[in-house]
Design a protein around this ligand. Structure first.
Ligand code: GLV
Ligand code: MN
Ligand code: MN
Length: 413
């Protein structure tokens, strides 16, 4: 049966290769919100949606939505999708695989007959938050949870989110006003590479997600005093980078000491940033995650205490800002069972696994039931150009999603 889907699997990988050419950096794949590279990827996705007979539109955030409309305009809607933006120096599959497998599965399933509900394939415009250090900007707006104050955020070049939204084909004023979503939503289903090693170690192509870990991001600044590298005595220094370095190691120690806790310091800006000047200020980010909300919340308290202690011992000032994050998001039981049934019907064993990575489903869970399918990726590697998925596993994903849609046609309401 999966042989029937082999062509789809190859086409999806070819299309991921094509998307990978749309990048804002010459030698690596980087596609941030509002960039010409993302606009080009969205335009190509719109072509493919139109070729598949979907009616295509953009929303206020620049998310791309392709609709297969039901005969009754007042019918409810089932959502499928993922995102087309990327991290810096990204792999080819984180995001695009979910959009393209959804499109291919819908194409297969519609050949079996019409749906009594609309099916929307959504390509979200910003999940990674690379440019404005946010998370889920596209799906946040889609879910009506966008805070208009975010429009004033600026990127590293000082360009405001408001401008990036226009460049992304969105409408900042409409975004600020919020979206009204009168139609009934039946659910949101997202396929995504696993970004971990579990499915590969079990030797299965796909699995169903149980929960998405909660996450909180912190923007912290250690402030000391810049000075001459050759004259200020070592014991008199207030070196912000030495404090930040101690903090990075304390965060690592803390996370290693607690099962299921992940802490990452992924971005540091050292000022003034010269080899002969003592660092006067360091701005850094800490990303704290756990599938257990209590563990994450306690970790944040301990992390702040560690930063405060380091700052006071080193006579530094500390500024600690917590960016509102999200609690762990359990997947909808019924929708997940439907995905599990589809996996079983395609002849694969069913495995449930949690997601340590964040996904647009986190935001969509505010609107409707959500469920996710994970796809095996080589070595569990992701957020890295070595990300790799096989055409066979992409084909298996399309087969499972098409089966899910076929069953949903008669039983989801
Ligand atoms: C997105 O990939 C995230 O988990 O940060
Ligand atoms: Mn990602
Ligand atoms: Mn992703």
């Amino acid at each position: 049966m999966i042989d029937d889907f082999a062509d789809s699997g190859r086409t999806i990988l070819d299309r991921c290769d094509e998307f990978a050419q749309f990048t804002e950096e010459p030698d690596r794949l980087t596609r941030s919100y509002g960039s010409p590279a993302l606009a080009a990827a969205m335009a190509r996705a719109a072509d493919w949606m139109s070729e598949a007979g979907l009616s295509v539109r953009r929303d206020a955030a620049g998310n791309l939505i392709g609709r297969l409309a039901a005969a009754d305009p007042g019918a409810p809607t089932l959502l499928l999708g993922s995102h087309l933006d990327s991290v810096r120096d990204a792999g080819k599959y984180d995001g695009p695989l979910g959009v393209l497998t959804a499109l291919a599965a819908l194409d297969r399933a519609r050949a079996q007959g019409p749906f009594p509900f609309h099916v929307d394939v959504v390509a979200f415009a910003d999940e990674e938050g690379l440019r404005f250090r946010t998370a889920y900007l596209g799906s946040r707006a889609f879910a009506g949870a966008f805070d208009p104050a975010l429009l004033e955020l600026t990127d590293a070049a000082g360009i405001a989110l408001r401008e990036a939204c226009l460049a992304a084909g969105g409408d900042p004023e409409a975004l600020a006003a919020g979206v009204a979503r009168p139609e009934r939503l039946l659910g949101y289903v997202e396929a995504h590479i696993e970004q971990g090693p579990t499915l590969e170690s079990l030797d299965v192509p796909v699995g169903v997600v149980s929960t998405i870990a909660g996450q909180t991001r912190v923007n912290a600044t250690f402030r000391g005093e810049a000075g001459h590298a050759g004259t200020v005595r070592m014991m008199h220094r207030r070196d912000a980078l030495s404090g930040a370095a101690e903090f990075v190691l304390a965060a690592e120690r803390q996370a290693r000491g607690k099962a299921g806790l992940y802490i990452t310091v992924g971005h540091l800006v050292v000022s003034p940033g010269a080899s002969n000047v003592i660092p006067g200020e360091v701005r850094l980010t800490a990303d704290v995650r756990s599938a257990n909300d209590g563990v994450r919340e306690r970790a944040l308290v301990e992390l702040r205490a560690a930063a405060t202690d380091i700052a006071s011992r080193r006579r530094l000032e500390l500024d600690w800002r917590v960016v509102p994050g999200n609690a762990a998001v359990p997947m909808d039981r019924e929708l997940t069972q439907r995905l599990a049934n589809a996996i079983d019907a395609c002849g694969y064993p069913v495995h449930h696994l949690p997601s340590g990575a964040g996904h647009d489903a986190v935001m969509l869970a505010r609107l409707c039931p959500v469920a996710m399918l994970f796809v095996r990726c080589k070595g569990g590697v992701s957020h890295n150009p070595a990300e790799s998925v096989s055409a066979e596993d992409a084909a298996a994903t399309v087969a499972v999603l098409a089966r899910f849609l076929d069953d949903a046609r008669t039983s989801l309401s």
